[in-house]
Ligand binder design. Sequence first.
Ligand code: NAD
Ligand code: TYD
Length: 354
Amino acid sequence: MRRLLVTGGAGFIGSNFVRYWINRYPDDRVVNLDALTYAGNLESLQAIETAPGYRFVPGDITDRECVDRLFAEEAIDTVVNFAAESHVDRSILGPDAFISTNIHGTFTLLEAATAAWQDASQEQRFLQVSTDEVYGSLAPDAPAFTESHAYAPNSPYSASKAASDHLVRAWHETYGLPVLTTNCSNNYGPYQFPEKLIPLVILNALEGKPIPVYGDGMNIRDWLYVDDHCSGIDAVLQGGRPGDVFNIGGINEWRNIDIVRLICERLDELRPGTGSYQDLITFVTDRPGHDRRYAIDATRMRADLGWQPAHDFETGIEATLQWYLANLDWCDRVRSGEYKNYYQNQYGERTPIP
Ligand code: NAD
Ligand code: TYD
């Protein structure tokens, strides 16, 4: 039986992971520490909130006292650190929170785990959930990122994640903390906050708003269904050795414009309007420092851990579309308030490219 501290478990991937874990390992303890920023939503956890092993704690990962108390009260043996500021565009508009949560927050968790795990047993694990964005941008024909690719982050978000990954590595090398790091590609699926590309496109289309495509729309991302990320983290927790790094991805590279068109085409069938949703596609000023291409080489996940994704893009995007269509009220609720200010700052002044 494991005793997990999941940070950021009310966010997109964290909430999918908490549900995943409780459904698979109902005897485990799962303590979810989340500051409930604009991106955190307890409604995403309704399905498991009364599960016997589950506890939600509102709190900040930069709060050492709070983290220490949880290690002591709950005899935590496994940390899965999802808590982060996660949106590149927000990191460009205001990087402060990224430095605080992603760097100082990870540092706080590392210090607390090092202090709490003085009697090291083989079972303790600190898993840092990171991103392929730390590797920077790939040329069109360059091989996909392996675990030994040099870090070259380009946005305040990816730089802050890179910094936290370096801290995690150092706490292993220096203090012997049993850490694991996963670098995953872009996730999509249910409960993703609708500021990220896929849910933003779905909702703008349904609401008849312009669908903003940055630059020429030819930037490439490697998309993984969120449940496959959860099963990948599970595989790393079970089979990874302290200090290991794993790249998680689904060999699923798409140009942004092709994804946007695909979603519009499918919505034309599922929710036909007067014209095609594609008419709403609007090319707008590019994101500064916009990475051209990400692609993950997940050979190590397959070879060492036997992991592979269960969803292909066709089934994953269909499940995602169906989920958003059935949960438009969730979208309304998470977008109320603060998000409206963000949307105005991000897109209000953005010049459409004719
Ligand atoms: P998200 O923005 O949806 O959720 C982040 C969660 O962290 C929210 O619930 C928020 O309330 C919480 N949080 C923020 N600051 C906090 C703090 N100081 N203390 C406690 N909780 C805090 O993010 P996500 O998309 O679910 O990403 C989760 C993790 O996975 C992040 O570390 C991100 O870097 C990483 N990741 C994301 C993707 C992706 O495509 N979304 C891909 C690879 C890796
Ligand atoms: P996003 O979902 O923000 O993820 P990330 O920047 O972490 O990869 O964006 C995915 C891609 O879609 C990225 O190349 C930027 C682009 N994009 C748009 O073209 N328009 C948008 O409104 C958004 C949010 C993203």
